[in-house]
Design a protein around this ligand. Structure first.
Ligand SMILES: CC(C)(COP(=O)(O)OP(=O)(O)OC[C@H]1O[C@@H](n2cnc3c(N)ncnc32)[C@H](O)[C@@H]1OP(=O)(O)O)[C@@H](O)C(=O)NCCC(=O)NCCS
Length: 217
């Protein structure tokens, strides 16, 4: 995607993901682009999260060739601020890398972004991470002038449906027998993403960030 098609989004000055280095260092999680070396670790989450998981090759293919796709992971932020540079360097050598707690995929269509996948590690669910990941993904998608966010969800997946309706997604239709095992998919949509809707999403994000700020990791 070319930067020239970006539309101004509405940065939140208090957000840990805005440009303020001070506030960012205090937030306990990092939302960053997925890399190929993340795939083996996230496959464990994938296999524990979906009845018909994507294979590793699908993620590799998307990361290498998916020019219209964005993928992100969420990790705990490593504590570094109170250490000297030498301690931080030693830490890089010695400590295991931060685990991946969740991830999300987005496909950019003309004026729409489609959530292709989202999952949180089973041990980390129910604490607000899924909501945070989805809100961050929507924020990233907004930079590409999208006006709607769409997704499919299994008809039986009440937890995910609750997450989506909490954020303002609405049910817009059913794809009969959409999944390989024959289950129907609900098609859900968020938007139009006008300024009022974006401000509301920012408020939701601020609330979940506050919740995550106090999470013990
Ligand atoms: C769906 C999923 C990503 C949610 O992640 P999570 O970190 O557990 O979600 P959160 O803690 O942020 O919860 C967000 C909302 O989801 C709903 N929710 C979460 N857990 C729930 C539960 N056990 N029962 C009912 N609703 C639940 C609530 O509306 C919650 O909002 P609240 O915390 O304000 O009550 C996670 O359950 C998951 O990975 N599931 C397997 C993969 C999957 O189904 N992905 C969706 C494919 S469409």
């Amino acid at each position: 995607m070319k930067p020239s098609i970006f539309r101004p989004h509405f940065p939140n000055p208090q957000s840990p993901n805005s440009q303020s280095t001070n506030s960012r260092s205090a937030f306990p999680f990092v939302f960053r682009p997925m890399r190929e070396e993340d795939i083996p670790e996230l496959m464990e989450i994938e296999q524990r999260s979906f009845p018909t998981p994507w294979p590793e090759s699908a993620y590799r293919h998307e990361l290498r060739y998916g020019t219209d796709s964005l993928f992100y992971v969420l990790q705990p932020q490593k504590e570094a601020s109170s250490e000297t540079w030498w301690e931080r360097l030693k830490g890089l050598w010695q400590s295991p890398r931060s685990p991946i707690l969740g991830y999300v995929g987005i496909r950019l269509l003309s004026d729409e972004a489609h959530i292709t996948t989202i999952a949180v590690h089973p041990d980390w669910r129910g604490r607000g991470l899924g909501k945070y990941i989805l809100l961050m993904a929507i924020e990233r998608a907004l930079k590409y002038r999208v006006h709607f966010i769409t997704l499919e969800v299994r008809a039986s997946n009440r937890i995910a449906q609750n997450l989506y309706t909490d954020l303002g997604f609405q049910f817009v239709g059913v794809h009969r027998h959409y999944y390989r095992d024959g289950e129907d998919a609900w098609l859900m949509r968020l938007g139009p993403l006008n300024e009022g809707a974006i401000v509301h999403l920012q408020e939701l994000r601020r609330a979940v960030e506050e919740r995550l700020q106090n999470l013990q990791i």
